[in-house]
Design a binder for this molecule. Structure first.
Ligand code: AHG
Ligand code: MN
Ligand code: MN
Length: 347
């Protein structure tokens, strides 16, 4: 018996009904995010055919070369979200400053923060990429444009968070709260609908024995970080072993695999990036909320990502994300709480 077909719109309405006080405006915001995802998915899947490959020649606020699809994705989200009256402002990885809502449009109670295209370096080699989004409630008085105060909120205050992964199929995965579950929708391009394909995702724990990190940076890590990865590799007497290493270099794809199979994704601090590489507001915090809502954990190595108070729109953080047991283990190694093999030998 085929399971019933549930579109994302139907799911959003059903979820809204669970919250009698819901205004419907939040649901409309989620529809528009799904619309932007469809537009980007179409472009991503055509990228090899029409001239959206390659670099614009511009450099973004992080000094990174901007790929044309980054620009398209940025515009697609902006144009889908700027006029519907849900938002008081937006934050994008691709924009130094807050993005205001044009004067002619009504202001709304929410803030949208997003990474329009994550994993850009993979665009030209047809490796899956993604979009990450986070929604906050504004905290300054309504009726005026949103301010930086509305944007610099800690992850635990997010109203919704999720991502789209443009892979062998396009999937939208989101949560509306750490106690609201995580649901995945797969795009059926023949009808242009996101259909519920992964109801109430739970991250496996005990996890698949998979660790995900850019091992090329090993020499730049702290001793404890090196010992942790030696544990996964079964080297230097650190026990462990029996793990697979998987690293796509696209955070959304590495996280999506971790969410479905279990394991741990790590972007540790290193001598070149002592504060980590990944951005808090529109990479770490939204994925941390999805991970926690699925029963996992997200840490900067010692603190819960969702407790970090961001001080700047593009603040970065180290990130350890995945099955709770492995994130706990990572924190134990990083805090030096795991006895060194020679200590065990001596004792
Ligand atoms: P973005 O394309 O949005 O700048 O993100 C790229 C990030 C993330 O997707 C990935 O996990 C990480 O960069 C890979 O970094 P390294 O190439 O240093 O491993
Ligand atoms: Mn990114
Ligand atoms: Mn990006």
């Amino acid at each position: 018996m085929r399971s019933k077909v549930v579109t994302i719109d139907r799911h959003i309405i059903d979820q809204e009904r669970l919250h009698p006080g819901a205004s419907g405006r939040f649901s409309a915001l989620l529809y528009d995010i799904a619309l932007a995802a469809k537009l980007i998915s179409r472009e991503v899947n055509m990228a090899g055919l029409i001239d959206v490959l390659g670099r614009t020649g511009e450099i973004n606020v992080h000094g990174e070369a901007v790929e044309k699809l980054d620009v398209f994705a940025q515009e697609a989200i902006y144009k889908a979200m700027d006029h519907a009256g849900h938002l008081c402002c937006m934050v994008s990885e691709e924009c130094d400053h807050i993005i205001s809502i044009p004067d002619q449009f009504e202001l709304g109670p929410y803030v949208l923060l997003f990474d329009p295209l994550d994993g850009s370096s993979n665009i030209n080699v047809n490796v899956s990429i993604g979009t990450i989004f986070s929604v906050h409630q504004r905290i300054t008085p309504r009726g005026r444009p949103g301010t930086i105060k509305d944007c610099l909120q800690k992850g635990s205050r997010q109203l919704a968070a999720g991502y789209i992964v443009y892979g062998s199929s396009t999937m939208l995965v989101y949560t509306t709260g750490i106690d609201q579950g995580v649901h995945g929708f797969t795009l059926d391009p023949s009808i242009g609908e996101f259909l519920l394909s992964h109801r109430d995702i739970r991250i496996p724990d005990p996890p698949a024995k998979i660790y995900s990190v850019n091992e090329a940076y090993y020499a730049r890590w702290s001793k404890n970080q090196q010992r942790l990865v030696d544990h996964f590799r079964g080297l230097n007497g650190e026990g462990g072993g029996g793990y697979k290493s998987r690293y796509i270099g696209s955070l959304v794809s590495d996280f999506h695999r971790t969410l479905l199979q279990g394991g741990i994704f790590m972007y540790p601090p290193d001598s070149r990036a002592p504060g980590g590489k990944l951005r808090i507001l529109y990479e770490a915090a939204p994925l941390a909320m999805v991970c926690k809502a699925a029963g996992g954990r997200a840490s900067d190595g010692s603190r819960d990502i969702l407790d970090i108070e961001p001080e700047g729109l593009h603040d970065r953080t180290p990130l350890f994300l995945g099955s709770a047991s492995l994130v706990d283990l990572a924190e134990d190694y990083l805090a030096g709480r795991v006895e060194r093999p020679e200590e065990e030998a001596d004792s």
